[in-house]
Write a protein of this length. Structure first.
Length: 328
């Protein structure tokens, strides 16, 4: 009996996860954009770990579909879409889901599990988080892990033996930890330089420090606990980011295990003129701050710049970002 897995919204994360699942299960189906599908159908799928261990799957072994109608009835659905697409994505594949189908969210943001449960009240919904950066190499069919981190789940999921994942007692604490790290996503997109170059720039680190310090204050005022997966405690991030370059490079050595090519996903969204997840990242902080009567000045600045970029004024947004750096 086969166990059919559907990866919905197969982009960098979906392809990376799927590449590992294919090691032990040939019945993995990728639902994604035609542009990416053409590359995978031509060259196959390659995934590479941070340690540069690669797995390649021949094109003929990849089940790539571009319409929900092409999917079989699924035993496990893995959602990797942007958070703002969660509801539309699940509605499109409802005919491929039974009451026994498990739904696993591997998305950024905090509310996806609630959205999925509201749409599918009879199904088991599992929350997960991918705590590493994945990039698409040369805009092709090769996906590489470019920073340290693991996959965390709220509970065990059958059928994912090929994917190393850790079950944690409180996934929400992990999600908030990822949220804090993801506050750099918008800054990296606006800086328009590789992540390693951005983090070695003192002015950009100082701005990121203010964004994170402000977010930690907002979360603390709301009694929200955070769990970090990296060697450095999250509470120390603002202090560490403000260290002189030479000292920062030593202290943050583990955090700086980053591929020289790595950029964060929001950079690609802006380059491709796609809607970003800003409302589910820095926007979560500004919304929580407003509901608590707290200021989130720096996060609001970043949210407004990304919205300006989304409106078609990317160059102006990046120019204003540079002004913000110089005034910082």
């Amino acid at each position: 009996m086969t166990f059919k897995i559907g990866i919905i919204g197969a982009g960098a994360v979906g392809c990376f996860v799927g590449g590992y699942l294919l090691k032990s299960n040939p019945d993995v189906f990728f639902l994604g954009r035609a542009r990416l599908g053409e590359k995978i159908k031509a060259s196959g799928l390659t995934v590479t770990s941070l340690e540069n261990h690669s797995i390649h799957h021949e094109a003929k072994k990849i089940n790539w579909v571009e319409s929900p109608a092409e999917l079989p009835v699924l035993d496990l659905v893995i959602i990797t879409t942007k958070s703002h697409d969660t509801l539309s994505a699940i509605n499109e594949i409802k005919s491929k889901i039974t009451k026994e189908t498990v739904i696993l969210s591997l998305q950024n943001g905090l509310s996806n599990a609630k959205v999925l449960k509201a749409a599918l009240p009879a199904n088991k919904i599992v929350s997960g988080m991918v705590l590493c950066n994945i990039i698409q190499i040369d805009k092709g069919s090769h996906f590489k892990q470019t920073s340290s981190g693991h996959v965390y789940l709220s509970e065990n999921v059958a059928g994912i033996e090929g994917l190393q994942a850790e079950v944690v007692e409180n996934i929400l604490e992990i999600q908030y930890g990822k949220l804090i790290k993801n506050l750099n996503n918008a800054i990296n997109a606006l800086s328009n330089v590789p992540l390693i170059e951005q983090l070695r720039n003192k002015k950009e680190r100082q701005l990121l420090s203010k964004v994170i310090k402000e977010a930690l204050f907002v979360l603390d005022k709301n009694s929200i606990k955070i769990k970090n997966s990296s060697p450095l405690p999250i509470g120390a991030f603002p202090f560490i980011l403000n260290l002189p370059d030479a000292i920062y490079n030593i202290v943050a050595k583990a955090e700086l295990k980053i591929d020289p090519q790595a950029r964060l996903s929001m950079w690609q969204d802006l380059e491709l003129k796609r809607k970003t997840e800003i409302e589910f990242l820095n926007g979560e902080i500004t919304t929580l701050a407003k509901s608590s009567g707290i200021s989130a000045y720096w996060n609001e600045k970043i949210v407004n710049l990304i919205k300006l970029a989304e409106s078609g004024q990317l160059e102006l947004a990046r120019s204003k970002y540079q002004d913000l750096l110089n005034d910082n």
